[in-house]
Ligand binder design. Sequence first.
Ligand SMILES: Nc1ncnc2c1ncn2[C@@H]1O[C@H](COP(=O)(O)OP(=O)(O)O)[C@@H](O)[C@H]1O
Ligand code: SF4
Ligand SMILES: [Mg+2]
Length: 384
Amino acid sequence: MTVSETATTEPSTTGDDVLVDVRGVKVHFPIKKGVIFDKVVGYVYAVDGVDLQIRRGETYGLVGESGCGKSTLGRAILNLETPTEGSVVFDGEDIASLSGERLRRKRKDIQMVFQDPMGSLDPRQSVESLLIEGMKAHGLAKDERSAAKRLRELLSAVGLPAAALKKYPHEFSGGQRQRIGIARALSVDPKLIVADEPVSALDVSVQAQVINLLEDLQEEFGLTYLVVAHDLAVVRHISDRIGVMYLGALVEEAEADDLYAQPLHPYTRALMSAVPVPDPLVEDRRERILLKGDLPSPANPPKGCRFHTRCPWRQETRCDTERPQLRVVEVAGAPESHRVACHWAEQIESGEIQAHEVTATLTEQTASGGEDDFVGPASVTEAL
Ligand SMILES: Nc1ncnc2c1ncn2[C@@H]1O[C@H](COP(=O)(O)OP(=O)(O)O)[C@@H](O)[C@H]1O
Ligand code: SF4
Ligand SMILES: [Mg+2]
C-alpha cells in the first residue's frame, strides 16, 4: 500500500500521479415498455454524478449497499458501460474516445476480478489455457519456453503449485479459484485491477487470505486497485482511501484511517455502527444506528439529499430540497482530503443537531408502474 503524501482529493488533482480520473459520471439505464415499439418510460439512475480519482499505486475502496451503483461505476471505468454524461480518463487518455486496436490495448491495462470465480472461469478450459489466452491475445506469450516460465511465475505469485496448470476450475476450492481469477487478471500485466466484491462469495476464513494476497501482489507488481465491496470490514485494511456510495453518488470520501476514526456522514455512521467490534466491552457499549425504511429505488431517487428518507439527523430545511455536494468540512481534526456530502455535517459532529426517530416513508411507485421496482435490502444491517 502506498499512502500518498499529497493528500488532496479535490477534483482539480490531475497530475501524473492520477491513474483514473472520473469526472461527473452518470450512467442512466432506460426503462422500456411496449410490445412492438419500445417506449422509454423512465430511467434507472444507477450512477448519478460521481467524481473520483485513483492515484497510481493506491487502493481505493468503494463501499455501499447492494444496488447503489458500485458495479456500474466499475464497468464505466472499464468502458463496458458508456456513461450518459461525464468522462473517464485512464492513464491520460479519455477512454470514451478510444476504439478498435487502441481500446483493445487499453483494456489490457485494466483487468477485473469478479465475485464469483466459478462463474467467470470457463469450466471447460484448463488453468493453463485460461491463463495463456489473454497473454496470447496481447502478444505476451512469444515462445513456448518463455510462456511456460511466465505461467509458473504467475501461479507461484498467487500461491498455487505448478501442477494446477493441467487442472480444471471445478477441481479447486472457492479460494483457490479466486487465486486463478487473480492470476488471470495478472497474466496480461495490467496497471489497474478492478476487484468487484472479490471475497463476498468466500468463507470468512479464506477472505483474509485472498485480501492479503491482493496486498502482496500490489507491492510486487506495482498495481493500482479499485476494490468494490458492500462490506466495510472487507475494504478496511486493504484501502488507502475509501469512498462511500449511496444511491448512485459518493456521500463521503477520506483516507481509510480518517474515515474509521471519524465517520462524518450519517450514512457512513450507520454503516460503521453495523460492523461488529472484536472487544466485547466496546461491542456492548457501542452505538448502533439502525436505518429504517427501504433503500429507495434508483429509478425514483428522493429529491434533495438522497439519504433524507432514512436519515436520523434529517432537518426541516435543505435536506429534502437541496442535493448536497461532496465538500471539505470544517470539523476539528478532519483534513482536506476528508469530504462529505451532508448539509449538516459540522452541526451533527458538534452535537448541535441530535439524531431523532425516523418514520419510514413509503417511496413512491416508479415511472415503470412498480412491478419491476429495483428494491434494495430493508436495512443496512441486512446488507452487511
Ligand atoms: N443493464 C442494466 N439495466 C438496467 N438496470 C441496471 C443494469 N445494470 C444495473 N442496473 C441497476 O442499476 C442499479 C445499480 O446496480 P449495480 O451497479 O449492480 O449496484 P451494486 O454493484 O452496488 O450492487 C441497480 O438498481 C440495478 O438493478
Ligand atoms: S443532508 Fe440532511 S438528510 Fe442528508 S445526510 Fe445530511 S442531515 Fe441527513
Ligand atoms: Mg455489484
